[in-house]
Design a protein around this ligand. Structure first.
Ligand code: BGC
Ligand code: BGC
Length: 624
């Protein structure tokens, strides 16, 4: 090693300096948050007596680029490499995807998990609270023990904004109790094709019903401190069968025709109502508008939604949607952010997002003003939901989870969501004093089927397992006289040849979510049809209850059935069915969408126009 002399001291200095620079650079790239901390935060943004605008500007001007980029990231919690990344990447939001559960999958486990993440965010330099989001679309379905309400299609059938608002409020309580202050709901999609796997997530194909139910849902959530998301922007439900860009699917994630008249008259009004009700986030759908991905659609996201409609909240992308724009993550990010996406849902790789954003802003390909605009919008929602103001808003206790009050409400929602399609000879209501009832069919004693997907797992779980829930069969058993014999057999294989007073067939679909539920011919399977036939042979009268996420093709069978009820995906409170069967409640639900007669009629436009100009089996609005 060379001796240290006055002559080579300069060289040592230079080398040392270069080393320091190199280390700093490395640190910058490998640990984004270790850039030297800027001056400590002032308190104006923490002062709840200041206006939201003042608080936003005060906070924004103190934020580094890293902190801004962090606010624009929504990371799926299963992809979080290390909880410390919340502070290292200054992450603004986390989500649980369908089934994104903690190891301890109980309300306590959820509360601890979310609490831990939020606490980390509060220890960061500026202490910007993390927003935790989930699909609380029919109650807090991810969590065993939560009250599961009917999926939206059932609320659409009930068509009561008051009921919908109460359901939203109860759902908000059961999510806020766990620290989940953001709900990816309500869905404002308008389904026009029953072959689509997401029909049940929508209230109706009628913009009028969706306007009323959607706005009510937004109010119910946000008045309870939970941020609502109007989704999936926009026109989703009008895709064409066979046009999906996802090779596993047929219509989900497909193509919405670029139709400006439909946009103005049909698709946008539900969003206008949701924004009027105060919705501060909008999710860009996983579909193309004409040729352009929603997440890349500057016209729709910026010109229409933000400029024309005056939306002041933020646009969040859906799942991997941004990266479907193009293969390069960098180009996709630049395109999406410049198009108007403010927060990117990141199911897999947030580090890539961080580095793409850094690069794009440094190069000027994403303007600094665009970043500031996005962050302002996100902060506005966080301030509006009171996330910064502890003490002003109080977190509900865990006792709200699956409480009697919420279960009663869910039961009421079931009663009101039922649509009586046929009642020949006034078979219904039944007397609770009948001496002999037979029950059969795949959804009779199967909570997984009556709750549908987005229940504990993304795709739901077929079978009888959900804690605290009541099956339709148990509801029937509990409703009848002590002396009534209720016999049950899944397939309706009853040996006794004395006819029962009535046979109740509870038939339907297996749970499915999104494109996995795209189905070329939605109908009852052979086992359920056989169960109905068996009941007909062994009972004096038969009532058919259809538990499904959409109308099923029943045209051929209907003439042979005496009474038929559309029960949708009713959730955890199966007694609601017995209430209606035995006359404790009356049938008030009406079809939220037309019930097709044949496949050839599909799609049926939101005005009720079938493809072959024939009448549907039952028109929208029908219900006895
Ligand atoms: C769905 C959204 C949902 C998101 C997060 C997406 O696949 O399209 O509706 O909010 O996942 O679970
Ligand atoms: C997630 C869902 C999401 C879906 C999208 C699933 O793994 O759990 O939330 O909607 O992926 O493909």
């Amino acid at each position: 090693m060379a001796m240290l002399t006055w002559k080579n001291l300069g060289a040592y200095f230079l080398a040392g300096g270069a080393l320091v620079v190199a280390v700093l650079l490395l640190a910058k790239f490998f640990k984004p948050a270790s850039v030297p901390p800027p001056p400590p935060a002032s308190g104006i943004y923490r002062d709840s007596t200041q206006s939201v605008d003042v608080r936003i500007e005060d906070l924004l001007k103190q934020m580094t680029l890293q902190e801004k980029i962090g606010q624009m990231a929504l990371v799926e919690k299963n992809s979080l490499k290390n909880p410390d990344d919340i502070s290292d990447y200054a992450l603004g939001a986390l989500l649980s995807g369908g089934g994104g559960k903690p190891d301890n999958n109980t309300p306590e486990g959820w509360k601890n998990m979310v609490g831990e993440y939020v606490d980390i965010s509060k220890t960061t330099r500026l202490g910007i609270p993390l927003l935790y989001g989930a699909d609380v679309i029919h109650g807090n379905g991810n969590v065993p023990g939560a009250t599961i309400f009917p999926h939206f299609i059932g609320l659409g059938a009930a068509n009561s904004p008051t009921l919908t608002e109460r359901v939203a409020q109860a759902s908000a309580e059961e999510s806020a109790a766990l620290g989940i202050r953001w709900n990816f709901s309500p869905t404002l999609d308008l389904p026009t094709d029953i072959r689509w796997g997401r029909v049940y997530e929508a209230f109706s194909d009628d913009p009028g019903r969706v306007i009323r139910q959607g706005a009510a849902f937004v109010r119910g959530l946000q008045n309870s401190g939970v941020l609502a998301t109007a989704k999936h922007f926009v026109g989703i439900g009008s895709m064409t069968w066979g046009d999906s860009s996802n090779q596993n699917f047929k219509i989900d994630q497909g193509l919405v025709p670029d139709d400006s008249e439909a946009l103005t008259n049909t698709y946008l009004p539900p969003y206008e109502a949701a924004l009027d009700a105060g919705a501060l986030s909008v999710m860009a759908g996983l579909a193309k508008w004409g040729e352009v991905d929603m997440a890349a659609n500057k016209y729709l996201l910026t010109d229409v939604l933000k400029t024309d409609m005056g939306f002041e909240g933020f646009v969040v992308s859906d799942w991997y949607g941004v990266y479907e724009i193009t293969d390069s993550t960098y180009d996709a990010t630049v395109t999406a952010i410049n198009a108007g996406v403010d927060m990117v849902m990141l199911p897999y790789d947030y580090k890539q997002f961080n580095s793409d954003m850094n690069k794009a802003v440094t190069r000027g390909e994403i303007p600094q003003e665009r970043v500031d605009d996005a962050v302002r919008r996100i902060l506005r929602a966080k301030f509006a939901m009171g996330l910064f103001d502890e003490g002003v808003w109080s977190q509900p206790g865990l006792e709200v989870m699956g409480s009697d009050e919420h279960r009663d409400l869910a039961r009421e929602a079931v009663q009101k969501s039922l649509v009586l399609l046929k009642n020949q000879g006034s078979v219904l209501p039944l007397s609770p004093h009948l001496s002999h009832i037979r029950v059969a069919g795949s959804a009779s004693d199967n909570i997984g089927r009556q709750t549908g997907a987005w229940t504990v797992e993304w795709q739901g779980i077929d079978g009888n397992w959900l804690p605290g829930a009541t099956s339709i069969l148990s509801g029937i058993q509990a409703a009848v006289d002590q002396k009534t014999t209720v016999e049950y057999d899944l397939n309706g294989d009853f040996t006794n040849d004395e006819l029962a007073d009535v046979g109740i067939a509870v038939v339907g679909e297996k749970p499915y979510a999104e494109g996995w539920g795209d189905n070329p011919e939605p109908r009852l399977d052979d086992a359920d049809l056989a169960a109905i036939e068996n009941l007909k042979k062994t009972s004096k009268h038969v009532v058919v209850i259809i538990v499904s996420g959409r109308p099923l093709l029943i045209t051929d069978e209907l003439p042979d059935w005496e009474a038929v009820i559309a029960a949708w995906l009713l959730g955890s409170e199966g007694e609601g069915i017995a209430d209606a069967l035995f006359g404790k409640s009356s049938f008030t639900g009406t079809l939220p969408l037309p019930w097709p007669r044949t496949l050839e009629q599909l799609p049926i436009t939101t005005e009720g126009q079938t493809q072959d100009n024939t009448a549907p089996l039952f028109a929208r609005g029908f219900g006895l």
